[in-house]
Ligand binder design. Structure first.
Ligand SMILES: O=P(O)(O)OC[C@H]1O[C@](O)(CO)[C@@H](O)[C@@H]1O
Length: 486
């Protein structure tokens, strides 16, 4: 095992998950899933530009769209034929030197399959962004926005039901101080936030509406008791912390936009309503990322869609059900306006670095100046300039940093072949070591062959129960690591 100081992007603490290993989820992803994701972007650009009038006013936009499609085709070809990774060009993100120096230092001559899976996959999303960012007319175009919005609209029934439920829980919480009820509500909402992570568009590339409804647990929107599918469950340990909180700040490193971020907001709303928290910082992505990840514009769109009672909803039959949703959306807007909720989009989250690098200050990531227009609005703040500054803020000010989803889990654990029984705190490396500890909570449905924290023999039992348990998103973990209290 590499020691902490030797750990680098090409040399994680255990052998890296890598596309050259046939039969692994990494191999399947690079070979089959990622090319489909690029194809869908091509299709979206084509559909968008082909309805534009063929006149002088749109000539440049159309010409640029054709250039984007050509660049995306080249990208897909390079990936499918396993060509060497090539340097990024300078664009409006200002981080190309960071990427290129990592490539030169750690992945010289490496190809799509032979670099680490984490690097190749992040690099693909950064390259897609570059195809757009180098243009004039398409640089702010979110090529995943349509998919994100459609999926949220498809969730409208579950969303409406959950909004009413949330308001009832918040009213209860403010009316009575009974800790048992709060404990029950905490368990319910934390698990709703966990299972929201099932709605991931990069995994569900052929999703239809029926799939969305069944993923979200059917019509009612109430969390089913799926606890036997939570294979590592530190929820009680987390509650032991939460019950001592009063007016703390927490941070949520968001994952998917739409239904998942809706349930995260619901949970955050309850934590504020109960007084456990007085501030929630939501960390969004600075660029479109892993298809469905939440950007700041996505966040605002979601709040507004709730305030507008799903103006374009097609599945709801009874508009009376939407009053609660509107009330909740209005309260969220107030949270943003009054600074109780803050939105940030630090470029570190869309860098190729695993989170072991967060405290090290070895990953200076420039401010995304060009993206800042899109990343503005109530509650949006400026971005920090380095991972060290981001880390210092989290360490000094946050009572819990909640990492949502599979990619965050991969980055927390450095995306490598840990033994299933490795303790979570060991696999967190510096983030669980004296001096560089963070209060970490991970809520993740399992969508790749990486997991830690199981009991001896549990992995074998799970293999018998469902051979695809690690990658099919049906099983989940809630893992926490809090610094010891002095
Ligand atoms: O939205 P999440 O939970 O981070 O999942 C991201 C997806 O990307 C991957 O991390 C890699 O493709 C998968 O394992 C998962 O399907």
């Amino acid at each position: 095992m590499a020691t902490a100081t030797e750990v680098t992007p090409s040399c994680p603490p255990r052998p890296a998950l890598i596309g050259t290993k046939k039969g692994t989820f990494a191999y399947f992803t690079i070979k089959d899933r990622l090319p489909v994701i690029i194809t869908r972007v091509v299709d979206h650009v084509y559909r968008t530009y082909s309805v534009l009038p063929n006149d002088v006013a749109h000539a440049d936009t159309i010409r640029e769209a054709k250039g984007i499609i050509e660049a995306l085709g080249k990208l897909r070809y390079e990936m499918q034929t396993d060509k060497p990774l090539t340097p990024l060009l300078q664009d409006n993100m200002g981080d190309h030197l960071v990427w290129n120096s990592i490539m030169e230092t750690y992945f010289p001559q490496k190809t799509w399959f032979s670099a680490t899976w984490l690097f190749s996959e992040c690099y693909m999303y950064r390259r897609i962004y570059q195809c757009f960012s180098l243009t004039t007319h398409w640089r702010d175009f979110d090529y995943f926005a349509e998919q994100k919005k459609d999926t949220f609209h498809a969730s409208d029934r579950a969303v409406a039901a959950l909004a009413d439920r949330t308001l009832a829980l918040c009213q209860e919480a403010t009316m009575q101080l009974d800790e048992t009820s709060r404990h029950t509500a905490f368990m319910e909402l934390a698990q709703a936030s966990l299972w929201g992570n099932k709605t991931d568009l990069s995994l569900l590339v052929n999703l239809d509406l029926a799939d969305v409804h069944s993923l979200q647990g059917g019509e009612g929107g109430h969390a089913q008791d799926r606890s036997s599918f939570i294979v590592v469950n530190h929820l009680e340990a987390w509650w032991a912390q939460v019950r001592t909180w009063s007016g703390v700040r927490i941070d949520i490193v968001l994952d998917n936009s739409g239904f998942e971020s809706f349930v995260d907001l619901v949970f955050a709303h309850w934590l504020v309503a109960t007084g456990y928290c007085s501030k929630v910082v939501f960390h969004c992505k600075a660029i479109p990322w892993f298809v469905s990840d939440t950007t700041i514009p996505d966040f605002h769109w979601l709040v507004q869609t709730c305030r507008d009672r799903f103006q374009h909803a097609t599945h709801l039959t009874n508009s009376e059900h939407l009053g609660g949703l509107e009330t909740l959306g209005d309260q969220w807007q107030d949270h943003l306006m009054l600074g109780r909720w803050e939105l940030r989009a630090d470029a570190f989250w869309t860098s190729p670095y695993a989170f072991w690098h967060l405290p090290r200050g070895t990953a200076p990531v420039p401010v995304n100046t060009a993206g800042s227009a899109a990343n503005s609005g109530p509650g949006a703040s400026s971005h920090t300039t380095s991972s060290a500054a981001l880390f210092a803020d989290l360490q000094q000010n946050s009572a819990a940093v909640i990492f949502k989803g599979d990619l965050n889990y991969r980055k927390l654990l450095y995306d490598c072949e840990w033994d299933l029984t490795t303790p979570f705190s060991t696999a967190l490396g510096p983030l669980a070591q004296v001096g560089t500890q963070l209060p970490v909570v991970s809520l993740r449905t399992s969508k790749c062959d990486l997991m830690v924290g199981l009991q001896p023999g549990q992995g074998e039992e799970l293999d018998k129960r469902d051979p695809k348990w690690m990658v099919n998103g049906k099983f989940a973990v809630i893992e926490v690591s809090f610094p010891d209290k002095a």
